[in-house]
Design a protein around this ligand. Sequence first.
Ligand code: SF4
Length: 349
Amino acid sequence: MRREMLLINCTMKHSNISLFVPHAGCPNQCSFCNQKTISGNAKELTKEEVRETLVFASNSNLSAENTEIAFFGGSFTAINRDYMISLLEETKPFIDNGEFSGVRISTRPDAIDKTVLDILKEYKVTAIELGAQSTNDEVLFNNRRGHTREDIINASLLIKQHGFSLGLQMMTGLYKSSYEKDIETAKDLIKLKPDTVRIYPTIVLENTHLAELLVSGEYKSPSLEETVSLCAELLGMFYENNIKVIRLGLHSGGNVHEGYLSGPYHPAFGELCESEIYLKNIRKKLFEIYKNENNSELKNVTIYVNKKEISKATGQKGKNKKSLLKDGYCVTIKGSENVEKYQILIEEN
Ligand code: SF4
């Protein structure tokens, strides 16, 4: 059995048995895509492998009601229809026996229609994630996505009308995109009311069109710093609209490192963004409190955050505390049960 294709992603409440469908049948070649590199698995997934993986997972003591089978990595509904159904057929006995709670898939916005949604319903697919990437038609065109903003809107509405959970993926820093265009994309996605969102900063991988643009100088990757600042903004926008961001940044698994050429990759990217949210919030509050005071005097303050969020508020290697010290604040960060995530309370010492 090819163990590398089985990836069980567990959180406290949910587990995904991830099955990669690498580029199979996808008619496109998006500027940034090298599925071979991302999934670390270039061979076509066979139905035998699906069966073996699910048998293995069913013996792994996973909670049935919180575990889903997830077909990721390709454009599931764009692959050959018989092949797609043959993969779903393998999941059916495990769902019917109650061993796993459902199936998730990811696909392209232009590979969604009523017929395919009816098929997915029949096979107990519960959640569909669309690779939207941007809602700007110029950005979509220049990154060879092969679909439009309208396709994203139509597919999202259809998915919701059919009662599936809707997931939307967006990318930042694409060729011909900008800070403003990425913010606009997030605003558009919020209007579509997805249940979940994934945010992926663009990483340039070998053997992609983007790699050629990088070499010719037509594309330059945004820095890690500016991407963290943008993504912190996006994260805050989705949070305020009660939309769960289930992924921020690429997984460190797979063979990303081997194909990596350029781009804001960091193994703890999500945490960097959350720390940035805290830094911005703390700075804003401190400015409000001390705006009329002498700036040359060092001020001692205690900041209360949710007790699970102390390390994010402190920043990696104390980065936030060091930045605030440069601003003239000697900060002690403490946890409290009465403070919500991203909120802060300031006590002057
Ligand atoms: S649609 Fe998805 S699988 Fe196809 S080329 Fe684009 S990113 Fe890759």
